[in-house]
Design a protein around this ligand. Structure first.
Ligand code: NOJ
Length: 560
């Protein structure tokens, strides 16, 4: 296994709109991020990932890009961005940008041309098709944000494909000119000095020829169609070409966001010899609490499923390829509310989940506020929500006759705005996020949960994350060691070991709020374990007993 800086790094994701507002307009901005770099440096983050900061009409909060080479007015100017990059580099950190090239905004200059006429030189930058014989949509695919994935345009009597909102038309990767434009744009940013890209739904860019109808879903008007656009026929070719034409020659990292990716396919994407991407974001572990109806169809998580799934990924990419590790991002609910206990054991369970993830093999990603143990939010009225996915789903389900209360239940658990409430900096006005009116309401628990409190409290989740990051920086075994699951059948403890050059790490996590015990495997019998980290008071060195008692959500890591 080759040694690489991006294997040894911890990435911190910033959702700029909700991070820190420097000018009182209620929207986070670039200067606001620069103001907080010392905080991020203190935490120990190696790499910062910025969700999109490009010029955008914000139909999907910046994931609909109007101009790939300009900064969104609300976020500041290109000079602000250059200053941010310089200040990140001054502190020895790196910056990766979001690359959103499965689609652009419908307000992008390319689309403005494309929609004009069938023979416009930009027509083929997007995916246009005539309707079926009866005039209906070209196929039955559903948009990720509800309704058909096609929008009809009268001017040319054709439909365009949009796997996300109507304002996010899909780019046509079959067109080599479009591909060259994208690579040129990537090099333009790399030449400005960035350290890599996070690539938005990048495994959607190759669609199956003919765009066939997807398998009908029971009781639903549209089909997902995913089998025809996820990990499509030319995807490896496109990613390799992108690697060669855009990334080659730069010391930069890439992480591809890839819904529907399996460990077998991920091994191909991340096999270093194939030169495609460094790592992928997979979704299997964050789909374990969804039923057949999709993300809004709530199911309790079974610990056995999580163990089985994460272990499968750890083993599949052990020799070839590389894993990313995450439980949170701007699309997912807050992990402590989802998998832990955000009331009585908020701090303990947030630390346990962080331990579980950060001791695994792969590059960990922390989402802003996760280090503070920020929680999900519950607004009473749908008017208080901002996310297009949530709002479209609400409207659709109300039309189908589902009650307000039932829909809100799903939104409270899974809605994307859970992650997007402003970062809670202190217990003052608007949690210190803005002096104006925040674009999305602050979670009312900011008086207790905030960065000022956490930085001043040595037992806080903040200091725990700092320690976890530092352990990764100082223990090769955490980065490069092998992984093996322990106590597979135990239904309350998630335990595993890491192994490198005769050394072992024993990681033991009580996943629930009841006391339990862990039967220590016989190969540890009588051995001395040095405690690396724990969310409870534990002896610094102990002879490992046959059985370790565990308090609610207790986590402990021993070096043996
Ligand atoms: C994935 C992004 O993470 C999400 O926020 C966005 O809505 C879609 N891709 C579309 O760009």
């Amino acid at each position: 296994m080759t040694k690489q800086w991006w294997k040894e790094s911890v990435v911190y994701q910033i959702y700029p709109r909700s991070f820190n507002d420097s000018n009182g307009d209620g929207i986070g901005d670039l200067k606001g991020i620069t103001e907080k770099l010392d905080y991020l440096n203190e935490l120990g983050a190696d790499v910062l990932w910025l969700s999109p900061v490009y010029d955008s009409p914000n139909d999907d909060n910046g994931y609909d890009i109007r101009n790939y080479k300009a900064i969104m007015d609300e976020f500041g100017t290109m000079e602000d961005w250059e200053e941010l990059l310089a200040e990140i580099h001054n502190r020895g950190m790196r910056l990766i940008m979001d690359l959103v090239v499965n689609h652009s905004s419908d307000e992008h200059a390319w689309f403005a041309e494309s929609r004009k006429s069938k023979d416009n030189p930009y027509r083929d930058y997007y995916i246009w098709r005539p309707g079926k014989e009866d005039g209906s949509e070209p196929n039955n695919w559903e948009s990720a944000f509800s309704g058909s994935a096609w929008k009809y345009e009268e001017a040319t009597d054709e439909y365009y494909l949009h796997l996300f909102s109507k304002k996010q038309p899909d780019l046509n990767w079959e067109n080599p000119t479009l591909r060259e434009e994208v690579y040129e744009m990537m090099r333009w940013w790399l030449d400005k000095g960035i350290d890599g890209f996070r690539m938005d739904v990048v495994n959607f860019i190759s669609k199956v020829e003919g765009l066939p109808d997807g398998k009908p879903q029971e009781g639903k008007k549209y089909a997902s169609g995913g089998e025809y656009f996820m990990n499509g026929p030319r995807i490896h070719e496109f990613l390799h070409e992108m690697n060669q034409k855009a990334m080659k020659g730069y010391d930069a990292m890439t992480v591809g966001e890839m819904p529907g990716v399996t460990p077998e396919i991920a091994r191909k994407y991340t096999d270093e010899e194939r030169e495609e991407v460094n790592m992928v974001f997979q979704f299997e572990h964050v789909d374990l609490d969804s039923g057949p109806g999709g993300k809004w169809d709530l199911r309790p998580l079974k610990l056995s499923d999580l163990k089985e799934n994460l272990t499968k990924w750890q083993k599949a990419l052990e020799e070839k390829g590389w894993n990313s590790l995450y439980m949170n991002n701007h699309d997912q609910p807050r992990m402590v509310s989802r998998f832990g206990n955000d009331k009585e054991y908020r701090v303990e369970s947030a630390k346990m989940l962080a331990t579980l993830l950060h001791m695994m093999k792969g590059t960990p990603f922390i989402f802003q506020g996760e280090e503070l143990g920020m929680t999900n939010v519950q607004f009473d009225s749908i008017e208080e929500y901002e996310d297009i996915e949530t709002l479209n789903m609400y409207k659709e389900k109300r039309e189908e006759g589902v009650s307000h209360q039932d829909i809100m239940k799903s939104i409270y658990v899974k809605g994307r705005d859970n992650a997007r409430t402003p970062v809670q900096w202190n217990d003052g006005l608007n949690a210190g996020f803005t002096t104006g009116t925040p674009w999305l309401k602050v979670n009312p628990n900011y008086t207790e949960i905030n960065a000022e409190q956490a930085v001043n409290d040595p037992d806080s989740t903040f200091h725990y994350y700092k320690k976890l990051i530092n352990l990764r920086h100082t223990n090769e075994i955490i980065v490069y060691g092998g992984y093996d699951l322990l106590a597979e059948k135990d239904d309350s403890v998630f335990a595993y070991e890491r192994t490198l050059d005769g050394e072992k790490l024993l990681v033991v996590c009580n996943f629930y709020g009841e006391e339990t015990s862990f039967e220590v495997p016989s190969h540890y019998a009588g051995k001395e374990g040095t405690l690396l980290i724990s969310n409870y008071d534990n002896e610094a060195v102990r002879e490992l007993p046959e059985s370790i008692g565990l308090r609610p959500f207790e986590a402990a890591v021993y070096k043996v």
